[in-house]
Design a protein around this ligand. Structure first.
Ligand SMILES: Cc1cc2nc3c(=O)[nH]c(=O)nc-3n(C[C@H](O)[C@H](O)[C@H](O)COP(=O)(O)OP(=O)(O)OC[C@H]3O[C@@H](n4cnc5c(N)ncnc54)[C@H](O)[C@@H]3O)c2cc1C
Length: 292
C-alpha cells in the first residue's frame, strides 16, 4: 500500500498528539460544560504553529501541504470532544483559507497574522433560516453606500459565531435570475465589532457543546468596501471551490473521532478484569467490537 505521509508528517503527528494529550484532553469536559473553548487555547495553538500549517510562510504560516492539515484534523479529533476539534478546524480550514485564495495583499497583511496567532478567531456565515443546502437561496443583502456596504439579514448555525472575531460572510449584492439563482452573491470579511452586527442567540445543540453556535442579526451593518473578498457577484463560485476542503476536513474529523471512540472501549476491555480475566477474553464482547 502506498504510504501517503512522509517522515515530516509523522513528526508533526507526534507533536500534535502530544499537545492534544497534554493541553486539551484534560480540559475537554470543562469546555464542553462551558460551551466554548478558552482564548488561551487559541493562543497556545497559535504559539506552537498549528493554526497556520498551510498558510504561506511570508504571513507567519508553516507553508505546509494539505496532508499536514489531514494530520492536524485526525489528531485534533482524538481529543474526545467533537466540539473542540470542530471549532478549531472551522477556523483553520472552513473559513480562513478563503482569505489566502481570494484576499487582496492588504487584506492578507491585515488579518492573516492574527488568524495564525489565534488572536482572531474565524467563522463562516452562509446558512440562513431560509437557506441551508440550497446556498443560492440566501437573502441577506448588502447595498453599497459610499465607501461602505450596508448588510441586512440573518445567519444561523454559525460555528464560532458567538465568540469569534471575523466572519467570512456570504450575502447578496445583486439579484439572481430564475435560471441562474447563484448569481449576485458576494463574500465579505466582517469584523465582530462592526456597527449593526448582533449575536442574537447562542444556540443549544445535542452535542459538540464546546463549539459555540450562533444566530446572527445584521441591521444595516457597516462593512468597508475594502472588505469585499474576491470579486463582487462571484461569491457562489468562490464558496463552491472552498467547500470541497470544508467537506473533506469535516469527514476526516468524523472518521478519526469515531476511531478514537472505538479505541477507548477496546483498551478498557483489555484492562478491566471481571471473573478473574480481562473483559476482552469474553467472546460475546469480542463479537460486539467486531460488529462495530
Ligand atoms: C453543528 C453545526 C454547525 C454548523 N456550522 C455552520 C457554519 O459555521 N456556517 C454555516 O454557514 N452553516 C453552518 N451549519 C449549517 C449547515 O451548513 C446546514 O445545516 C446545512 O447546509 C444544511 O442546511 P439546513 O440545515 O438548512 O437543511 P436543509 O437544506 O433544509 O435540508 C434538510 C434535509 O433535506 C436534505 N436535502 C436538502 N436538499 C436536498 C436535495 N436536493 N435532495 C435530497 N435531500 C436534500 C438535506 O440533506 C437534509 O437532510 C452548521 C450546522 C450544524 C448542525
Amino acid at each position: 500500500m502506498r504510504e501517503l505521509f512522509t517522515s515530516d508528517h509523522q513528526l508533526l503527528r507526534k507533536s500534535i498528539r502530544g499537545f492534544v494529550e497534554k493541553e486539551i484532553v484534560p480540559h475537554v469536559g470543562e469546555w464542553e460544560q462551558e460551551g466554548r473553548i478558552p482564548k488561551t487555547l487559541w493562543r497556545r495553538l497559535g504559539e506552537v504553529g498549528f493554526l497556520g500549517l498551510e498558510f504561506p510562510a511570508e504571513y507567519g504560516g508553516g507553508g505546509g501541504d494539505f496532508l499536514s492539515t489531514v494530520v492536524f484534523a485526525e489528531e485534533m479529533a482524538r481529543c474526545r470532544s467533537g466540539g473542540v476539534g470542530f471549532s478549531v478546524l472551522v477556523h483553520t480550514d472552513m473559513s480562513s483559507p478563503w482569505l489566502t485564495r481570494y484576499g487582496t495583499e492588504a487584506q492578507k497583511r491585515k488579518y492573516l497574522p492574527g488568524i495564525i496567532s489565534g488572536e482572531t478567531v474565524c467563522a463562516l456565515g452562509i446558512t440562513e433560516p431560509g437557506a441551508g443546502s440550497d446556498m443560492a437561496g440566501i437573502a441577506t443583502r448588502a447595498v453599497r453606500s459610499g465607501d461602505h456596504y450596508l448588510v441586512t439579514g440573518n445567519k444561523i448555525f454559525i460555528t464560532n459565531g458567538v465568540y469569534g472575531d471575523l466572519y467570512f460572510l456570504a450575502v447578496r449584492t445583486g439579484p439572481g435570475r430564475p435560471e441562474r439563482r447563484h448569481e449576485g452573491i458576494s463574500m465579505f470579511l466582517v469584523e465582530r465589532a462592526s456597527p449593526g452586527l448582533q449575536v442574537s442567540r447562542k444556540l443549544d445543540k445535542m452535542g459538540m457543546w464546546a463549539s459555540d453556535t450562533a444566530e446572527l442579526a445584521f441591521q444595516e451593518c457597516r462593512v468597508p468596501v475594502e472588505n469585499l473578498l474576491g470579486e463582487e457577484g462571484r461569491g457562489f463560485q468562490q464558496l463552491a471551490v472552498g467547500l470541497q476542503r470544508e467537506r473533506l476536513v469535516a469527514a476526516i474529523l468524523a472518521l478519526s473521532g469515531a476511531a478514537q471512540a472505538l479505541d477507548d472501549p477496546v483498551a478498557y476491555r483489555r484492562e478491566r478484569q471481571a471473573f478473574g480475566e480481562p473483559l476482552a477474553a469474553r467472546q460475546a464482547l469480542r463479537h460486539r467490537v467486531a460488529d462495530l
